[in-house]
Ligand binder design. Structure first.
Ligand code: NAP
Length: 293
């Protein structure tokens, strides 16, 4: 088990990507802290994890991540119930679409508040409970970004601004906490079949082919939380690039796909741009290869 005995808190884990991450981490032996505003959804996530029968602890706590006192209270509870925290996934997010000059003012602020302030509050509230006494087992702070960075699709000005902002936030925190045992990393998904993208149709079985399932991202989060990534810091894991890596791993002749060392030349030759973006993340490619066996 990759995360046996580790304590991991995931915000926005009542549904969608966060719920998939929580289930994946529990299957790998982690105790889980679940947070969002909707207790019914959190209770379902908790029950599904308990029904796995893997014997991990699950603590669910409602909090609005735009309200610092609520986030603080949630982390106090996680610390009381689980102990020091090994990993935090700042995943909760929100978006709405309008042409910029018609964007409703309150919605614009709400998106920035959830997607930027929420990440800041999550880190601030978690900081004193992070387990940062061992450089061989650093604490992890992982943000769910978006391909909206750097692609900037239209009618999503607030969302795009927020997802650009968290890249900056990650970079400053990486520099600021260099001397502490905390790694900051980000997963930047392409479109995923969740309520945020497809509203009430999420999970109806009719998603377009290019849209990912929430669980398709699990390997990236598991990698960032596990010991293999102890020295990975300020990485941006673009789901688009790693999808291409997965497709090329399928196509590569045997002898060229057993590990990163033998695969990298094949990748560079067939997808030079993807190679440029992933060449410092060979360990993740190895992780994906191992998990697919
Ligand atoms: N789906 C995509 O296509 C896509 C693509 C790229 C990136 N992402 C990112 O992935 C992350 C997860 O989104 P998702 O797609 O899984 O969407 P989702 O299914 O709508 O889930 C969002 C989660 O965030 C929680 N949340 C929202 N506002 C909150 C608040 N103020 N306080 C606490 N929790 C809050 C929601 O619960 P409550 O509403 O109950 O609070 C829910 O659990 C987001 O950061 C999003 O930007 C998604």
């Amino acid at each position: 088990m990759l995360l046996k005995g580790k304590n991991v808190v995931i915000t926005g884990s009542g549904r969608g990507i966060g719920k998939a991450i929580a289930i994946a981490c529990a299957k790998e032996g982690a105790n889980i802290g679940l947070v969002s505003r909707t207790s019914e959804e959190l209770n379902i996530s908790k029950k599904e994890i308990e029904e796995l029968g893997v014997g991990v602890k699950v603590v669910a706590k409602t909090a609005d991540i735009t309200k610092f006192e609520e986030v603080e209270a949630a982390f106090q509870t996680f610390h009381n119930e689980l102990g020091l925290l090994n990993g935090i996934v700042a995943n909760a997010g929100y978006s709405r679409m309008w042409t910029t000059h018609e964007f409703i003012n309150e919605k614009f602020s709400e998106i920035l508040n959830v997607n930027i302030l929420g990440v800041f509050y999550t880190f601030k509230a978690a900081y004193s409970y992070l387990k940062k006494d061992d450089k061989k087992e650093k604490a992890r702070f992982i943000i769910t970004g978006s391909e909206a960075y750097p692609n900037a699709p239209s009618k999503l000005a607030a969302y795009v601004a927020s997802k650009f902002a968290v890249v900056g936030l990650q970079k400053s925190m990486t520099m600021e906490y260099k001397r502490e045992n905390i790694n900051f990393n980000m997963v930047l998904p392409t479109q995923v079949d969740t309520r945020l993208l497809r509203g009430k149709s999420a999970g109806d079985g009719n998603k377009p082919a290019h849209v990912l399932n929430p669980w398709d991202l699990n390997d990236y989060y598991l990698f960032l939380l596990c010991n293999d990534a102890n020295r990975v810091d300020n990485a941006l894991i673009f789901a688009y690039d790693f999808n291409e890596v997965k497709k090329l791993l399928d196509k590569a002749p045997s002898g060229k796909k057993e590990n990163w060392e033998v695969f990298k030349d094949f990748l560079e030759e067939n997808a030079p741009k993807v190679y440029e973006n992933v060449k410092n993340l060979g360990k993740l490619v190895d992780f994906i290869i191992t998990r697919s066996k």
